[in-house]
Design a protein around this ligand. Sequence first.
Ligand code: GLU
Length: 449
Amino acid sequence: MMNAYIQRVLTEIKKKNINEPEFLQTVEEVYSSLDMMVNKHPEYEKIGLLERMAEPERTISFRVTWVDDAGRVQVNRGYRVQFNGAIGPYKGGIRFHPSVNLSIMKFLGFEQTFKNSLTSLPIGGAKGGSDFDPRGKSDGEVMRFCQAFMNELYRHIGPDIDVPAGDIGVGTHEIGYLYGQYRRIRGAFENGVLTGKGFSYGGSRIRPEATGYGAVYYVSEIFEHENDRMDGKTFALSGFGNVAWGVAKKLEELGAKAITLSGPDGYIYDPAGVTGKKIEYMLEMRNSGRDKVKDYSDRFGCAFYPGEKPWGVKADVYMPCATQNDVNLLSAKKIMSSGSKYYIEVANMPTTSDALSLLLGQKNMIVAPSKAVNAGGVATSALEMSQNSMRLSWSEQEVDEKLHAIMKKIHDSSAMAAEANGLGYNLVAGANIAGFAKVADAMIAQGLI
Ligand code: GLU
C-alpha cells in the first residue's frame, strides 16, 4: 500500500498537469520509489516537499525568430525549465528536435534534478530546447538559429546561475555558435556559462565520450556485483549518436562489442561488432545530418532492417541509447525471451511504463535506470565547470579517472539506498531514493522558497 501523502500528491499533480504525459510518468515513477523514506519523514508533508519538488522553480518559454537560406522568416518556440536550484546552479542540456514540447522539457528537467544530485557534484536541475529541426538545415541556418536562441536565453543563464549544455540535436558545433553569441552579447569571456565546448575555448577532455564511457563504467559495476565478466559479451544498442558512439568505443576497449545500432529508419545488425573504423564512421554518419543508420550497412555490408527496432536480436546486454519510448511492451517481451539478464537504460525514459513494469517484475532481470547510467555526461560537464572556474585544464587521464570514480559512486550509493530501504539490489528505486535525499535535505535547510 503506497504512502497516503504520496498518493494524494500524485492525484493532485495528475490534475494539474493533465496535458503532460511524459512529465506525469516520471513523477509517478520517482515518487513511487519513495514510500519507506516518506513514511520515515512525516515532516515532508507539513512543508509540502513533494508538491514543491514537482513544480519547476521557473519555466521560460520564448519566441525564436530567424531567417532561412531562402530569405523566409521562421519562428520556433524556445524553452528553459529551471527545475530545481537547491544544490547548485541549474544544469542540463538543450535539445533541438521537433518533438520538443513543455511535457518533454519538464520530464527531462525533473529527471535531471535527481540525476545531477546522484553525481555528488553541486549542480541543480534544468532542461531547455526548441522544436527546431536541425535535419536538412544548412550550417548557416543552424548558426543563425543558435544566435537567435541565445538572444533570449542569455538573460536567464550565467556561470553561477544556469549552465546549459548539449543534448539531442545540440553538439559541440552548436555549443560553439551559442557561446559565440553569448560572448558577443555579454562582452565578457565567461566560458563557464556553457559546457560541452570545444577544447580550444575551455571544453573538457573526455566530455564527448563521457556519457557512453560512464554508462559502460556503470555496467561494469553491475557485472562485478554479479561476478560476471565483460569480455566477449554482446551488446544490443539503439541509436547511433554521441552516446552510442562512446558506449561502442569503451566496449571494444574492454573486449566486449556492440552488435546493433538504430536510427529513425530501422536498425543494423553487425555480429562481427561495431569496432575500430566502424566506430569512427558513426561520427561521419551523424555529421552528415541525414539521420539514417542504413548508411552503415551500405558501407560495411551488414544486415539492415528497415522500420524495425533491434530488441529481437539475441544479445547479452540491452542498452537503449536513442530517445524516449524506444522500448514498448512487445519489445520488452522479446528482450525477456532472449534469456539476457541485463536491461540498461541509457537514453532518458527509453522504456514505456507498461514495458518497464514488466521488466522490473522479472526476478532474474537487472534493470538499471537512465538517470544513473547516463549521469557521466553531466558529471563531466560539472568537471568542465570546475576547470573553467580554476582557469586550467585536466588531462584526459585525470578526467577519465574522476568520471570512473563518480560512476562507481553512483552505482554504490544507489545499491546502498535500495538495500537500506529493504528493496534488495533494486537500482531503479535506489537511484531515485539516493538522488532525492540530497535535494530534499537542501530544500528543507533553505526553508520555504
Ligand atoms: N544532456 C545531457 C543530460 O541529459 C548532458 C547535460 C549537461 O551536460 O549539462 O544529462
